[in-house]
Every structure is written in C-alpha cells, then in structure tokens.
Design a protein around this ligand. Structure first.
Ligand code: NDP
Ligand code: 2IT
Length: 444
C-alpha cells in the first residue's frame, strides 16, 4: 500500500469516531500524494505524515460556571495545538453544542495549511467548547468565558498560541476572555485576536474573512475575463463571514439574494439588505424571521434550501458539510459558475467531486477564507509594534494577501499538471512551506 494510503487508513482505524477529521485528512493527503510519492521512502522513515496528522498537543478541560438561576453548568473546553513549524499556534475558538475533539482536529488540521498560504508566520491550532451561547444572557456568556479562560490561559500567550473567533465566538466573547486573561496574568499582550478597537484590536478584522472571500473570488473572475458586477450570488449563513461577504460583493456590483441560519433561510430577490441583517444578527441576536417581517418582498423558508436558487456564484459561509451532492447537482443544473468556500469544509466530498467533474470552479476554504486569520496575523503585528494601522492600510494588505493566495494556488496547480484544480493547488502550496520548516527543524 502506498505511504499516503497507509496513513489515511491508520487515522480512520485509530480515531473511528472522528469522521470530519478523516475527511480533512483524506482531502489533503490525496492531493499532496504527488509530493510524497516523489521521495516516499524518506518520508516514511521520517514518519512525516504521521507527524503531520498528529497534533503536537491536545488539551481538554472542564469548564464550570453558574447560570442565571444559580445552577452550576459544566462544559468541555478544548485547545488543539496542531502544528507550530512555521509560527505560534493560531486559530479560532468555536462555541457550539456540536463541538468535539474530532471537529476541532479537522479545523486545526485545515488551519495549518490555510495559515501557511497566508505567507505569514503562524502555525495551526483550534479550540472551543460545547457551550451554546444561543439564548444565554450577557452575564452567563461572561461567566462561561471567564471560566473557560481560567483554564486556557495556562497554555496560550502572544508567542505561544493566539486564539481568535469562530462560530459562536465574536467580539463580545473575545472581550470577556481577554479581560480574564489579563486579570490572571497581569500581562497586557496580544494573546487573542479579534479584540475590540479600544484594546488592541485591528481595524478591518471584523470584515476580513468575508471581504477576503470576495477579494479572492474577484481575482479569480478577473483572471477568467469576468467580473463581480452583475453576478447573482447565493450565500449561506448569516454570521460574521456571510455578512461581510454579502456587503463586499454588493459593493462590487453583484446581487446577493440569500442568507440562512440554523433554522431557516431568506430569499430576497431585491438583494439582501446588509444593514438590516447586521441589526438582526449583531445587535438584536435574533432569528431570520425578523428579516422577512421588515422586507415584505423577501421569502422566509424553514430548514435548508439556499442552493436551489439559480446563481452564478455560490458562497457557503455557515458550517462544515452544509452543501451536499444533491445541492451540487442543483447548482450545476442551474448553471453555477463557481463555488468559493467561506466556511471551513462546507462542501461534502461527493459534492466537491461532482462540482469539479462538471467544470464548476472551486476554491476551497483554506484558501478562500484565509483573510480572517491573515488579518489576525496583522493584528498580532500591530500589537507587537504597539501601533494601529488605518482601515485602508489593513484592507489593502488583506486584498494583496488574497490575490497572492489565488496566484499561488493557481500556479501550484499548473506546476503539478493539475491546472484549475485549486484544491490540489492550495493543499500542495500550503504543505510545501510546512514540510520545508518541519524538515529543517529535525525530528520534533
Ligand atoms: P458565526 O457564528 O458568526 O455565524 C455562523 C452562521 O452559520 C450563523 O448564521 C449560524 O446560524 C450558521 N450555522 C452555524 N452552525 C450551523 C449548523 N450546524 N447548521 C446550520 N447553520 C449553522 O460564525 P462565522 O461566520 O465566524 O463562521 C462561519 C464559518 O466560517 C465557520 O465554518 C467558520 O469556521 C468559518 N470561518 C470563520 C472565520 C472568522 O474569522 N470568523 C475565518 C475563517 C473561517 P445560527 O446563528 O442559527 O447558529
Ligand atoms: O477558521 C479560521 O480561520 C478562523 N476562525 C479565524 C482564526 C483566526 O485566528 O483569526
């Protein structure tokens, strides 16, 4: 059996209850096969792939906090410090009831290659908890965040591991966690990114993932002789990534006609009203039914369904495995030109294959959503030099990083004889830098 297949098999046998991690490992290892098989025996002897798929450290801890009724609640907290070959661990904290070690390992593994693609010195990590922020009061969220950080602070630091936001973790949660870190350590340092602007946060970090997704999509379109203007776009999700992707796409002349949350979805033929969406989700923390109440022309549907709407471009921005084979078939039947992933691994394996087989341009999350973590790294730079850059300066750097990622994955795919296969281009380009650093640093 080839070395790549052996390691994929080992991961499945060793961690049978981590299907998302299997999926991420399969996708990466299958596409870096060309690099591995060029020197297979050396890599096997160095256990390079076993080291690549095994986190340097997995931390799991109890989080006890008191709810508004005086009841003690207990959650699991985690941090997966996956790979520090090219820099301190960097990656978000997910707060969602579905969080478990397998999901965090998939996210941490993806983060290694994504962070490498940004060109910035950041390793891969991810963490979070099965805590559900939905329906909790501000005081309950604060109590949770303080209890979570009371354990996590031992393992992180500005030069060690720098967490940030992800699903369920936004500015409010980062603020509470930063306050508790400072209280515990008496150290005012850039230990988290996505901070508020008054305490070390970077301008444009809030917008960065969504804006970055549109910058890379726009560059891809430009290189294919097209542009954003006049395109119809379908977006899933209604959180941080979705909101700012919609905003930037519309500012470039596209019309975004959908968004969704975990209970339902909106079709707005006039184009999503971003200010209304922000008010509902960021201020009122309410459901999308409120959107329909304010926009009589829009439709609200329970459940999932955005992919059935005819579009030129589809941007999945909610969560993993939200775009299935049937959805891919529908997108192809409707003439969809490109799918660019704002979320991490939102497209299932069979759907991805179907889209690629049917000529749909596909930019994987680790390239397409890298603008968030890239801007986090810019926040770290600003914290280190005790300065704040202007919005325009950060935004211009973000745009340049996303354009560079597009050309890097495009060139790499061509170099390996897989022109247009941006999954292979992203995985190989991301991997090569990590491989180089791991090799230079010896067996650690
Ligand atoms: P948010 O929590 O801000 O928003 C998530 C959105 O997705 C919400 O609309 C949420 O609906 C919906 N959603 C979440 N889980 C599910 C689910 N299981 N089924 C259906 N809908 C769901 O998160 P972000 O926008 O920050 O993250 C979205 C995706 O982007 C994730 O995959 C994340 O890992 C990825 N990402 C985020 C980055 C960032 O900087 N924030 C950077 C790069 C990637 P509801 O509110 O009803 O739960
Ligand atoms: O998936 C991701 O890249 C993020 N959630 C952002 C991580 C970060 O450190 O900004």
């Amino acid at each position: 059996m080839s070395y790549v297949d052996e390691v994929i098999e080992q991961v499945i046998v060793k961690y049978p209850d981590q299907p998302e991690f299997h999926q991420a490992v399969r996708e990466v290892l299958n596409t870096i096969r060309v690099v591995i098989e060029a020197d297979e025996e050396k890599f096997r002897k160095d256990a390079l792939l076993e080291r690549l798929v095994t986190p340097e450290r997995e931390i799991k801890f109890r989080v006890s906090w008191v709810d508004d009724k005086g009841q003690v609640q207990v959650n699991n907290g985690y941090r997966v410090q996956f790979n520090s070959a090219i820099g301190p661990y960097k990656g978000g904290l997910r707060l969602h009831p579905s969080v478990n070690i397998g999901i965090l390992k998939f996210l941490g593994f993806e983060q290694i290659f994504k962070n490498s693609l940004t060109g910035l010195p950041i390793g891969g990590g991810k963490g979070g908890s099965d805590f559900d922020p939905k329906g909790k009061s501000d005081r309950e969220v604060m109590a949770f965040c303080q209890a979570f950080m009371t354990e996590l602070y031992k393992y992180i630091g500005q030069d060690t591991d720098v967490p940030a936001g992800d699903i369920g973790t936004g500015a409010r949660e980062i603020g509470y966690m930063f306050g508790q870190y400072k209280r515990l350590t008496t150290s005012y340092e850039g230990v988290l990114t996505g901070k508020g602007l008054s305490f070390g946060g970077s301008l444009a970090r809030t917008e960065a993932t969504g804006y970055g997704l549109i910058y890379i999509t726009d560059e891809m379109l430009r290189c294919h002789g097209q542009s954003m203007a006049g395109k119809t776009i379908v977006v899933s999700g209604a959180g941080n990534v979705a909101t700012y992707a919609i905003q930037k796409a519309q500012s470039l002349g596209a019309k975004v006609v959908t968004c969704s949350d975990s209970t339902g979805w909106i079709y707005d033929p006039d184009g999503i009203d971003v200010e209304l969406l922000k008010d509902i989700k960021e201020v009122r923390r309410a459901r999308l039914t409120e959107y329909k109440n304010a926009r009589p022309n829009a439709e609200y549907h329970e459940g999932r369904g955005v992919w059935q709407i005819k579009c030129d471009i589809a941007l999945p921005c909610a969560t993993q495995n939200e775009l299935h084979l049937d959805d891919a078939k529908q997108l192809v039947a409707n003439g969809c030109y490109a799918v660019c992933e704002g979320a991490n691994m939102p497209t299932t394996e069979d759907a991805t294959q179907y889209l690629q087989d049917n000529g749909v341009i596909f930019i994987p999350g680790k390239a397409a959503n890298a603008g968030g973590v890239a801007t986090s790294a810019l926040e770290m730079s600003q914290n280190s030099e005790r300065l704040s850059w202007t919005f325009e300066e950060v935004d211009a750097k973000l745009k340049a990083i996303m354009e560079n990622i597009y050309h890097n994955i495009d060139d790499t795919a061509k170099k390996y004889g897989m022109e247009g296969n941006y999954i292979a281009g992203a995985n190989i380009a991301g991997f090569e830098k990590v491989l180089n650093a791991m090799t230079a640093q010896g067996i650690v």
